[in-house]
Design a protein around this ligand. Sequence first.
Ligand code: GLP
Length: 240
Amino acid sequence: MSLRRGAGPAPIVVDRREEAEIALAREIIALVQERRRVVIGLATGSTPAGVYREIARLRAEERIDFGAVETFNLDEYLDLPRDHAHTFARWTRERFHAPLGISSERAHCPPSDDYESQIRDAGGIDLQILGIGRNGHIAFNEPGSTRESRTREVELHAWTREDAAAAFGGLESVPHRAMTMGVATILEARKLRVLAFGPRKVEIMKRVLEDPIGPEIPATFLREHRDLVLWLDREAAARI
Ligand code: GLP
């Protein structure tokens, strides 16, 4: 692997994505076993799904109590009915909160007018799970999002809507707007754990790691974080 320009730790490249999923699931389980009251930031999308499956499996095997865990979802589509099949709130309830027995009062989701103060009141996010969009977005911080951005409403980028089209049964059904934690909100999490898998992420991961840090590729800001772990599989790391 060649050396990257700019700050940031070297990514961990795994042969199979399951290795990263298991490592992150075990880290989260260990945090919960140690402290019980842990605040976790949740990403959605195809990337973190295996991590949630693995946490649910380990938790059932080892009987770990997630009852005091609190979570904050990164983002949410706007203009969908609250219980629409494609809300991220529903996605995380089915894959994370329900299997782990986390009550809805502890499962915070945008949209919300006071999301930033809810995060502060919870003591801040201990560990934030993140995937990366094909255009370098984190959560729905699309290209152009600044280092100082906070939780807000955003317009979705054309690629983001295209990538969601299959799930929604057609581009015309994909919302145009969303609410997302900002880049500053995300960088305040004490630990950032980032995953990128598969050939679709190869071009963007090269830019995330090698381009100058800035709003053009919001994921480049992750390189400024002091406790970042980035896992890539061989396919996503092919050009690094
Ligand atoms: C989504 C989410 C992001 C996610 C990204 C990548 O729309 N808002 O949080 O990281 O796009 O999705 P996937 O993991 O399916 O590639």
